[in-house]
Write a protein that binds this ligand. Structure first.
Ligand SMILES: C[S@@+](CC[C@H](N)C(=O)[O-])C[C@H]1O[C@@H](n2cnc3c(N)ncnc32)[C@H](O)[C@@H]1O
Length: 301
């Protein structure tokens, strides 16, 4: 498959995955029933409020999970999403909050045309939350450039990602993958041919809980979150990509801290939640390892 075919295939699978999720996504992740409070919502809300942005684009807005919580800002809100069911739900939710349906449209973050404000000008701020994991790696730079180009000079962008370095704290399948693919790069080691290497790698697996975390599958036959492309990102490298794209005041803001490796949560659920929430501080260096997600923010110069 070439890059274009890979992108199309990834987008088709992701659309399928999210097609059944439009009604329940907000309840699953943003309501009182969510496994963990959506701390990034408050983080983005105050970041946008402090910026004084008067127009905000949410690229990959889902069911307006973030937009609906920005409705009290003095800003015109816009959004687009790849999945038609998400677009419909976002329009339904946002209409009574004062955002007309034409301000929410279908589009992909890999397509510069999707970022255009329907009538004029560019946005004061653009956010992209929960989308980058689903984009093939060769498109990361395009997404950053598209976000940057959608805002005016001096405008702000925020791009959220799953934290790859969290694997150093989880002691599970993700840790093994990080050790073997990113740190030791065992495919390269294998080229040096050593009879004992396979046994060492299998021994390495014994150090981690390879059965965890459980794979999240779909609701009714469609592929689930872990069955479609759902990458993690290295915050050090994504920050560098922002700087390479000419953005200034680039910062990494961490959220969804874990006070202990997540496999222990079931042993002390209330304690785990309370202590993890107490740790939430987007600028705490421990976020590099103990937070499962982060947002890179930057300013267009
Ligand atoms: C995890 S949900 C996040 C939704 C919302 N941004 C939020 O924070 O709650 C991921 C969303 O990204 C959308 N998506 C995935 N790939 C996309 C792409 N290439 N372009 C635009 N949206 C995409 C999916 O349809 C889905 O609605």
């Amino acid at each position: 498959m070439n890059d274009e075919e890979r992108r199309r295939a990834a987008e088709a699978a992701v659309k399928d995955c999210y097609s059944t999720w439009a009604q329940s996504y907000h309840t699953d992740y943003y309501s009182g029933q969510a496994a963990y409070p959506p701390v990034h919502q408050g983080l983005l809300h105050s970041w946008l409020a402090d910026s004084g942005a008067r127009s905000v684009l949410d690229a990959g807005c889902g069911p307006a999970s973030m937009l609906r919580h920005l409705a009290d800002l003095q800003a015109d809100l816009y959004g687009f999403d790849l999945t038609p069911e998400m677009v419909n739900e976002a329009r339904r939710v946002m209409k009574p909050l004062g955002t007309p349906p034409e301000r929410i449209w279908e589009g992909s973050v890999t397509d510069p045309a999707a970022f255009r404000r329907p009538n004029r000008g560019s946005f004061d701020a653009a956010i992209c939350i929960g989308v980058l994991p689903h984009v093939p790696s060769e498109c990361d730079e395009t997404v950053i450039h598209n976000l940057r180009d959608s805002v005016r000079r001096g405008g702000l962008i925020a791009l959220e990602a799953r934290n790859q370095l969290f694997a150093l704290f989880t002691l599970n399948r993700y840790s093994y993958d990080f050790f073997t693919n990113e740190l030791a790069q065992t495919e390269q080691l294998k080229r040096a041919e050593n009879a004992g290497l396979e046994a060492v790698l299998s021994g390495l697996q014994d150090r981690f809980r390879m059965d965890l975390p459980p794979v999240r599958s779909g609701k009714s036959g469609e592929p689930g979150y872990d069955e479609v492309l759902s990458r993690t990102h290295n915050p050090l490298l994504l920050k560098q990509q922002f700087e390479d794209a000419g953005l200034s005041q680039v910062e990494v803001l961490f959220y969804h801290f874990h006070c202990l490796p997540p496999m222990f949560e079931e042993k002390l659920p209330e304690f785990f939640r309370t202590q993890s929430l107490a740790m939430e501080n987007p600028r705490d260096w421990r976020g590099y390892f103990m937070a499962s997600a982060f947002i890179v923010v930057g300013k267009r110069t």
